[in-house]
Design a protein around this ligand. Structure first.
Ligand code: V47
Ligand code: SF4
Length: 378
């Protein structure tokens, strides 16, 4: 760093130490490669430890992608299929219920459900899936449907976002995942997913969910055609909504995986970019309690390192993940509880099992119950 940059960094450090907010320009500055990653990481770790101490959270979860057939054609997506392509599939109710049974037998507390927007399936198909799973396995928390899917259901039915969400909650929906956010700025969004829900739709759906008491997650897909300005702008839009509602539980930066996508000429982001993005996000999103290092897409070693660059959560044991594995992720398809705890301890952090809503999980043999909310500092 030159002298001017050193002075700028000192000002940012003072702000972070005092718990003051960083600006758009501060965030863009922290992305400059000449600002040492270690310094940004150390600042992010300060906030991480202030909020979450030495704990690293994980959960025991499974994924369900009921169909990969999708009307949209996001250029970054390797998972989707056309209606008549051989790789297209639609799961039956029996297959879906079998996944629920398998989840319970394996001690899962959560099922993460997202998929394609099938050309011929009505809202009732998606709604019924939530209902049958919830009726059969009421203890399994259903974290289901991204804002892109909620927007699609509203288009299919003519209902408002809140009406759609209320029906899903009545059927058994527990919370919403953070997917579909990609990059909000239209300069990027128009290039990678021009047809699906835009930034305004995404934000309004999460606002509607928060107003109904539904907790949600938030994400950012980085490492493709966006630049530092687009990333920090995205984080600030999330921070603004969080100021208004407080409904986001965790932010998950999603590293782009190019294999088998319309952007396969791009390289996947480097470990340095992964760690810097985690750290800058931790620093900008001062009002979000948790940062998730999603090991499936970061790779295990980067996810472990990220626990010292702002992250306090490794997501879960995960079974049946398809979206990243279709796009070239080389991580295993599942980690055992022993492995995930060992990986956390290896970093010097203390593993704690949480449920989807960030309550501690207490286990007694094959039985489990959610306990107290995890403590989060300011
Ligand atoms: O919206 C799709 C991303 C998202 C690729 O809320 C890709 O706890 C990288 O949102 N390379 C879906 N990313 C996954 C998601 C998620 C994952 C884990 C936890 C949670 C949570 C949410 O996956 C999509 C898109 O942003 N995605 N294709 C790809 N080739
Ligand atoms: Fe469809 Fe989602 Fe893939 Fe976009 S990211 S093409 S909406 S499955």
């Amino acid at each position: 760093m030159n002298t001017e940059q050193q002075a700028r960094f000192r000002t940012i450090r003072v702000k972070v130490e005092a718990g003051e907010r960083l600006s758009l320009d501060d965030g863009i500055f922290l992305y400059e490669p000449t600002v040492p990653l270690n310094e940004v990481g150390t600042l992010a770790n300060l906030v991480r430890e202030r909020k979450n101490g030495n704990v690293a959270y994980y959960n025991i979860n499974t994924h369900l992608n009921p169909t990969n057939v999708c009307v949209y054609r996001c250029t970054f997506c390797a998972f989707r299929s056309d209606l008549r392509q051989p790789k297209g599939y639609v799961m039956s109710d029996e297959q879906i219920l079998a996944r629920g049974r398998e989840a319970i037998e394996n001690g899962c507390t959560e099922m993460h459900i997202v998929g394609g927007l099938h050309h011929q399936k009505k809202f009732d198909w998606y709604l019924n899936m939530v209902r049958i799973l919830h009726e059969a396995y009421p203890q399994l928390h259903l974290k289901a449907w991204t804002a892109v899917e909620i927007d699609w259901f509203a288009r299919l039915t003519g209902m408002s976002y809140k009406e759609v969400l209320k029906e899903l909650v009545a059927a058994g929906l527990g919370s919403m995942p953070g997917g579909g956010a990609e990059i909000f700025h239209p300069e990027v969004r128009d290039q990678i997913c021009e047809h699906k829900a835009d930034a305004r739709n995404w934000i309004e759906i999460h606002r509607a969910a928060h107003e109904l008491g539904i907790r949600t997650n938030c994400t950012m897909l980085y490492g493709h055609v966006e630049n530092a300005y687009h990333r920090v702008d995205h984080l600030l839009r999330l921070r603004d909504l969080q100021d208004q509602t407080g409904g986001f539980q965790v932010f998950i930066p999603l590293a782009f995986h190019p294999d088998n996508t319309g952007l396969s000429h791009l390289k996947k982001p480097s470990v340095l970019q992964d760690l810097r993005t985690m750290a800058v996000a931790r620093l900008m999103l001062d009002n979000v309690a948790h940062m998730k290092a999603y090991w499936i897409m970061l790779g295990i070693q980067t996810a472990q390192t990220a626990l010292w660059y702002g992250a306090d959560d490794l997501d879960g044991t995960v079974r049946h993940e398809l979206i990243y594995h279709d796009a070239g992720a080389e991580t295993p398809e599942i980690l055992s509880v022993d492995e995930i705890c060992r990986l956390i301890r290896e970093t010097g952090r203390e593993p704690v099992e949480r449920d989807t809503l960030y309550h501690k999980v207490h286990r007694d043999g094959s039985r489990w119950e959610s306990g107290e909310p995890v403590a989060v500092g300011v």
